[in-house]
Design a protein around this ligand. Structure first.
Ligand code: DLL
Length: 434
């Protein structure tokens, strides 16, 4: 029997959900139009006013909002309540341009933590669990989001933050952590370290809640086998609140979107046209309960698919597939679209672990891709002939999956830097080269 944190909202009929979303959307549109001059200008320019929006059917009339809008409006331009009503900010880890800052009232934080609590309960969490939070705390939303969710569930919360792997494992052992929350790349690193130090039998982990970056099904299986846990996906973004926009249930087949707070749409990224359920495109969210920083039709740049229907877990919340990565993570190599997660799939299927780096360059006017992947300690002792065979196997499989030739370089164990937060997998040296 599945457990829900909010049984009513998580199992509502489609009609009930639409009605709830419609009422909340109307309220949110009126709120931003009245209080945010930036929105008013965008809506006026598109010739749409709050009186045109009666429910979800009119959602498509609203203008899109992009990261550029958020940067332009930095820091207060999209704030919809007086600053004195806000109690917290978070910010994206953006590397270029201005950072994006999101504001929260106490109610906003409360609802966001509820969303994270839903994720923890869906992963089997109860008040008897010990939730070990190894996402970073601070401006990043991962640590505080899962921390707040864990408090709501009533679990004992270990606010570990990221880093210091030795101390993480020590606490995990001594305090009996049962659920670990971190990025999948850090989970793989923890798994590797726990395996090497022979500590697995001393820890009580049963589940992990992993997100904040794209990861493949193969990586899931790898982490599950190595840590002997169930690995659940969780998705979110700072602009829309943080982790918990969607979460996986016991079925581990797509993430349920917390639709009573965030309305998802899929659009064609080139034309902005809305696509039907089941088609792949860019994910767009409209927040319908946030007060300080509500975003209408925000383009996430994440590429994925939505599917509806009652899940075997009983939830009716629409599901989103694992995002393949952001459209801006997508590499275009000699005209071919390549997502790092596709390469990860090939590597893990060839017996490697997810310790790899992609180096893209331009030589004699042509793009090159080098896939550096670490040998496991067992492979490292193989004969040269065997190593050559492995290298060729990866190269052949990449060629048949992506249609491009990549140089495969096998590197010594531990030669690729491990990540404690979001992994940096790609080094693109093509900037400024013709
Ligand atoms: O990564 C929030 C988060 C924290 C989600 C902890 C899950 C767990 P940002 O730093 O703003 O927020 O980055 C958001 O990360 O647009 C996606 O591209 C990517 N992302 C987040 N979760 C997933 C996931 C947090 N489960 C951006 N799978 C998003 C794939 C993900 N990509």
């Amino acid at each position: 029997m599945a457990n829900y944190y909010h049984p009513r909202e998580e199992t509502m009929s489609a009609d009930e959900m639409r009605a709830l979303q419609g009422a909340r959307l109307v309220e949110t549109v009126a709120h931003v139009y009245k209080n945010v001059p930036y929105y008013r200008a965008l809506m006026d320019k598109k010739g749409v006013s709050p009186k045109d929006i009666h429910g979800v059917d009119e959602l498509h009339l609203l203008p899109f909002l992009t990261k550029d809008d958020l940067r332009e409006a930095y820091p207060y331009g999209l704030l919809a309540v007086p600053l004195s009503d806000c109690v917290r900010i978070h910010s994206t880890s953006g590397t270029t341009g201005r950072r994006v800052v999101a504001f929260y009232t106490q109610d906003d934080i409360d609802l966001w933590e509820d969303c994270c609590a839903r994720a923890i309960v869906a992963a089997g969490g109860t008040k008897d669990d010990v939730v070990h939070v190894s996402y970073g705390y601070g401006l990043f939303t991962g640590g505080s989001g899962l921390d707040g969710g864990s408090h709501k569930v009533g679990s004992l919360t270990l606010p570990m933050s990221s880093g210091n792997t030795e101390r993480q494992i020590q606490f995990m052992t001594d305090l009996g952590s049962t659920i670990i929350c971190c990025t999948p790349s850090y989970a793989a690193y923890l798994a590797e370290t726990i395996h090497e130090t022979g500590n697995r039998d001393k820890i009580k982990l049963k589940a992990g809640i992993f997100g904040a970056e794209a990861w493949s099904e193969e990586m899931r299986r790898h982490i599950e086998a190595k840590l002997r846990i169930k690995a659940y996906d969780i998705y979110g973004l700072t602009e829309i609140s943080g982790p918990g926009v969607s979460f996986e249930c016991s079925e581990q087949a797509g993430m349920h979107v917390n639709e009573d707070h965030f309305i998802p749409e899929i659009i064609d990224p080139a034309t902005g046209e809305r696509l039907p359920d089941g088609e792949k495109g860019e994910l767009v969210f409209t927040s319908i309960t946030k007060k300080a920083f509500p975003l209408l039709r925000y383009r996430t740049r994440d590429i994925c698919v939505l599917t509806r229907g009652t899940c075997a877990c009983g939830r009716t919340l629409v599901k989103m597939a694992k995002p393949m990565g952001r459209s801006d993570d997508m590499l275009i190599i000699r005209g071919v679209n390549v997502f790092p997660s596709q390469i990860e799939t090939v590597l893990i299927n060839c017996g490697f672990e997810a310790n790899y780096q992609l180096v893209v360059d331009r030589v004699s006017f042509s793009d090159t891709l080098e896939v550096k992947v670490e040998l496991t300690p067992e492979m490292f002792s193989d004969e040269v002939k065997e190593l050559n065979r492995r290298e060729k196997e990866v190269s052949d499989r990449l060629k048949s999956m992506l249609g491009i030739q990549a140089k495969v370089t096998l590197t010594a164990p531990k030669s690729i830097t491990r990540s404690e937060g979001k992994a940096v997998r790609v080094i693109d040296n093509r900037a400024n080269k013709i």
